[in-house]
Write a protein that binds this ligand. Structure first.
Ligand SMILES: CC(C)(COP(=O)(O)OP(=O)(O)OC[C@H]1O[C@@H](n2cnc3c(N)ncnc32)[C@H](O)[C@@H]1OP(=O)(O)O)[C@@H](O)C(=O)NCCC(=O)NCCS
Length: 384
């Protein structure tokens, strides 16, 4: 009797390709040679987007041209606008969530993109810039539709981050809010062969187009074990708050956690397939979010205090550390962003990493087609 060949469940530890875009190590996260803490402290999101898409740090002229190209592409074509007018009803009737709306809007955008069927490097870069520019407008219009408000047109004079917040809320963010959003987008931009990026490479490795790869990637990012964790982490903290009441009673928080451990529940925003000693992005965002909470007032400081107690119990009792989605949930809540938009905002950043990987795949393509160990019934006859 032959046994099935061994395999790594969930492809853990499998090297499934090569990339020049990003290096994820236990002790560092590097985008094209630059460490994430360096980028978070010193680069804007637009600079990081250029770095990922083009491959090098932009000089002043290159950056100005890149930003102008993005600004020129912010508005949406009519079919996407028409669809977004219906999005509020779809979400408010609870038949769709914002990630579903965003996925469909990107798919409709494919129908009207003049380069859709062209996988050449120049066409791919044009498509990447269009998607990068338009996704915040999709999110903004969708949020306006959900709230029954008129769409807020994009502003040419605002950064990617400020414009995103402006279109969602109708008011220009403070420089502090813009900075927090910008850093969160820098942290979210790229992460090698995570599930959504791998999905996009599998799709485009068939020589399918970028919009198809991005649509699939959005579908993959939605799940709670991946990008959906930033919403799920905030929902979990809200559940804890509902259960323990308004005060941060450590005994009650510990009791809540022990019950979750006993029920073998996964705590959202904790753990990582690669980082076993902590995610370097998490403390960067936590510090910024906590500062924003201190500026906003007691309710928000109490949320961070609660999160820190949960984190301490996880670390002390399970040696499991928060990933970037844990502080992201608390930070976006502090900024007043509706929870169901947290993962779409992740997309407004990760589109850069996906597009860079899709371009890398198309530039040096081989179909991605692994084998699987068969564990089904032995051979049998239909007429037996
Ligand atoms: C990210 C994640 C999917 C990685 O999964 P993975 O590499 O397959 O790791 P496993 O699920 O095999 O976890 C290994 C062990 O740690 C435990 N563990 C991992 N993450 C945990 C979490 N968030 N809460 C509780 N226990 C967790 C598992 O129960 C398992 O314990 P066991 O060996 O006693 O069964 C997982 O940590 C998780 O589900 N986290 C919550 C969702 C999340 O935050 N996702 C965003 C990731 S950036």
């Amino acid at each position: 009797m032959t046994s099935a060949p061994t395999h790594a469940k969930g492809l853990e530890g499998v090297i499934a390709g090569e990339t020049e875009i990003c290096n994820v190590e236990q002790t560092s996260l590097i985008y094209r040679g630059y460490e994430i803490a360096d980028l978070a402290a010193n680069a804007t999101f637009e600079e990081v987007a250029y770095l990922l898409l083009v491959g090098s740090k932009p000089n002043a002229d290159e950056l100005a041209k890149f930003k102008a190209d993005l600004v020129a592409e912010r508005s949406l074509p009519a079919p996407v606008v028409e669809f977004l007018k219906t999005s509020g009803d779809l979400v408010n009737n609870q038949s769709a969530v914002p990630m579903d709306i965003l996925r469909t809007a990107v798919s409709i955008q494919a129908h009207v993109d003049p380069d859709c069927q062209d996988n050449a490097p120049e066409a791919n870069l044009r498509k990447a810039k269009r998607l990068l520019a338009k996704i915040p407008t999709i999110i903004g219009h969708m949020q306006n539709s959900i709230e029954g408000k008129d769409f807020v047109a994009p502003r040419d004079d605002l950064s990617h981050s400020a414009n995103l917040l402006y279109m969602m809320t109708g008011s220009e963010p403070t420089p502090e809010a813009e900075k927090v959003m910008d850093v969160s987008l820098v942290l979210y931009a790229e992460h090698d062969y995570n599930a959504s990026t791998f999905t996009s490479r599998v799709i485009t490795g068939t020589l399918a187009d970028m919009h198809g790869g991005v649509t699939g990637a959005i579908a993959a990012l939605k799940g709670k074990l991946h990008g959906g964790a930033n919403e799920a982490a905030m929902d979990m903290l809200s559940d804890i708050r509902n259960d323990i009441g308004p005060e941060n009673d450590t005994a009650k928080i510990t009791e809540w956690m022990h019950k979750a451990f006993a029920e073998k529940r996964k705590l959202m925003g904790f753990g990582h397939r690669v980082y076993k000693n902590g995610d370097h992005r998490a403390p960067i965002l936590h510090a910024l979010g906590r500062k924003a909470a201190e500026a906003r007032g007691e309710e928000f400081v109490k949320l961070f205090d609660l999160g820190e107690t949960v984190q301490k119990i996880m670390e002390d009792e399970k040696t499991i550390y928060p990933n970037v989605d844990f502080p992201c949930g608390m930070t976006y809540f502090t900024m007043g962003i509706p929870v169901p938009q947290y993962t779409p905002i992740f997309v407004a950043s990760r589109i850069t990493g996906w597009a860079a990987h899709i371009m890398e795949q198309h530039a040096n393509n081989r179909l991605i087609r692994p084998r699987v160990a068969y564990t089904g019934p032995a051979l049998r006859n239909w007429n037996d």
